[in-house]
Every structure is written in structure tokens, then in C-alpha cells.
Design a protein around this ligand. Structure first.
Ligand SMILES: Cc1cc2nc3c(=O)[nH]c(=O)nc-3n(C[C@H](O)[C@H](O)[C@H](O)COP(=O)(O)O)c2cc1C
Length: 274
């Protein structure tokens, strides 16, 4: 942990050299700025994150903002602020039996992505909801690409793809792409999408998407048995805004839920968990 600036009273400095205090301090500054209880203190940066990845705990802008008026409430005031912010415990909902084959309705992670590929000069796109993050660094993602899909062969052979993030503006395109096969049609042409050159892989980016992640096959150990491809993201392209795009999350049966209200509980996290 590195101290960026030190304006606290000497006796307080030692106590503040703790990641936990740092987190509380940052949150207190956000919630109660201007309160009479605040006192000038110091700002820290924690250099190692969860899983040992190097990361900075605050953006440059937020550090700059905090350096201009870095304040800390008294401890009782700060603890009260933390507790009052917590959501009340829900009542125990009454539950019934549910078919195990349909748990996807609750567990599908989303957001829905469009996976573009290229093999032997042909390009293709498929819609995909079954994916998971596996590691920060190297940046690993797992994708379940069913063997019946044309994309499966193309990606297995080319050993690369691009994972593109569509927003609700592309809802009907997402459904259309997921209900047609690249074995029959050129989906870029059919759905009027812009194929852009990637920088690290041959597969094209989809220009209309909010973000595109260029992927190389990292491990094919589970492909044969589970159609599960483990990719390393080798290059990421993301639109500057909006910060939280409206994404689609599939629940089966042709129904999507849309990402909505943004809530933050950053202040309740241990810094190394952020
Ligand atoms: C909302 C939605 C989610 C889908 N998720 C997946 C998925 O996670 N894995 C998969 O293999 N197919 C998934 N599919 C099916 C493929 O997108 C579909 O079979 C597509 O036609 C394959 O195209 P291709 O044959 O050109 O590769 C999904 C389809 C939709 C509509």
C-alpha cells in the first residue's frame, strides 16, 4: 500500500494504514461530504487486488477529487452511515418445487453476447448467453458453444473469435442471429452489421456493439466433453459511454430481462475484493 498524500495528524496515520479503513474513508467521503464531523486525513492507494492482480483502488479523477477536500467523519458517525445504508433483510419467501432443467431462468449470467468468427475467408455470428469469467489476468472467459452450431466448427478450427456486447438497440438482431445458421446465410449482410478489422485476431468486430473483446483459444480441454471453450481476451474495445449500457439477459422461453438500476455497495467491500 502506498500513501499518496499525508495530511492527517501523526497519531492517526498509523491507524489509517489499513485497506479496510481506506474503503470506509472513501465511502464516507462520497456519502456525507460537507458534514460537520469531517476532518482532514490522508489518501492511500492499494496496489495488489483480489487474486494478486495489480490494480489501483481509485480512478485518477476520484483521487484528485478526494485530494482537494479529503475528509473523514468521526468513527461513530461513519459506522451509523454504513449501517443505515444496508438493505433490510427480506422475509423468507415461500418456495415451491421447480424443474431442475429450467434453473437457467435464474442462473443464466448474461449479458447476451454476439460471438463473431472467421474461418477460411467466411465470417459468421452466433448469439450466446452461456459464458463465464474465469480469471482476471490472464483475462480468461469460458463460452459454451454447442456442437450443432456452425460457429462451433469455425471457432474450433480457427481457435479464435470476438465476443461482442450488444445493447437493447440490437434486440431483434440478437434474436435473428440466434435463430439462423451461418451455414445458410451471411449474417453480417443479412442483419446489416458492420464487420470491422480486429487487431489481434482475424475474426471481425461488430461495429454496432457497445464493446468487442478479441479472444484466442486458451484451453480446449473441455471442448470435446462439454463444448466449453476457454478463451483469453487479448484485446478489448469499449465505447466511452454510456458507462452502464442497457444489456439483454436471457431467461429462456424467448424472454429477456434488461439491465436496469445501478446500485453501488463499494463501501461495504474489503478493498482487495474490489
Ligand atoms: C438468446 C439466445 C441465447 C443463446 N445462447 C447460446 C449459447 O449460450 N450457446 C450456444 O451454443 N447457442 C446459443 N444460442 C443458439 C445459437 O445462437 C443458435 O443456434 C445460432 O443459430 C447458431 O448460429 P450458427 O449456426 O451460425 O453458429 C442462443 C440463441 C439465443 C437466441
Amino acid at each position: 500500500m502506498a500513501a499518496i498524500t499525508a495530511q492527517a495528524k501523526p497519531e492517526r496515520r498509523h491507524a489509517l494504514r489499513s485497506p479496510t479503513l481506506y474503503g470506509l474513508m472513501a465511502s464516507g467521503q462520497r456519502q456525507d461530504q460537507g458534514s460537520a464531523h469531517w476532518k482532514r486525513v490522508m489518501v492511500f492507494r492499494h496496489d495488489r487486488g483480489h487474486h494478486g492482480n495489480a490494480r489501483s483502488m481509485l480512478s485518477r479523477q476520484s483521487i484528485a477529487a478526494m485530494l482537494s477536500v479529503v475528509m473523514l467523519p468521526t468513527w461513530p458517525g461513519m459506522v451509523r452511515a454504513q449501517l443505515s445504508k444496508r438493505t433490510p433483510m427480506p422475509k423468507l419467501p415461500k418456495k415451491g418445487d421447480f424443474p431442475v432443467s429450467q434453473v437457467r431462468r435464474y442462473l443464466e449470467p448474461g449479458p447476451i453476447v454476439l460471438v463473431s468468427s472467421k474461418w477460411r475467408d467466411a465470417t459468421n455470428i452466433m448469439t450466446l448467453g452461456w459464458h463465464t469469467i474465469l480469471e482476471f489476468s490472464p483475462s480468461l472467459v469460458g463460452l459454451m458453444i454447442s456442437g450443432g452450431n456452425h460457429s462451433h466448427r469455425m471457432i474450433r478450427e480457427s481457435r479464435e473469435c470476438v465476443v461482442n456486447l450488444p445493447t437493447t438497440a440490437l434486440t431483434d438482431t440478437v434474436v435473428g442471429i440466434g435463430n439462423t445458421s451461418g451455414a445458410d446465410i451471411d449474417k453480417f449482410a443479412k442483419f446489416d452489421l458492420t464487420a470491422e478489422d480486429a487487431s489481434e485476431v482475424d475474426a471481425p468486430l461488430i461495429g454496432e456493439c457497445h464493446a468487442s473483446f478479441e479472444c484466442r483459444l486458451h484451453d480446449d480441454a473441455l471442448v470435446e466433453k462439454y463444448n466449453f471453450f476457454i478463451f483469453e481476451v487479448v484485446k478489448a474495445h469499449v465505447a466511452a459511454s454510456p458507462k452502464h449500457p442497457e444489456t439483454l439477459h436471457y431467461t429462456g422461453d424467448g424472454v429477456f430481462v434488461v439491465s436496469g438500476k445501478v446500485i453501488s455497495r463499494r463501501s461495504l467491500f474489503r478493498p482487495e475484493m474490489l
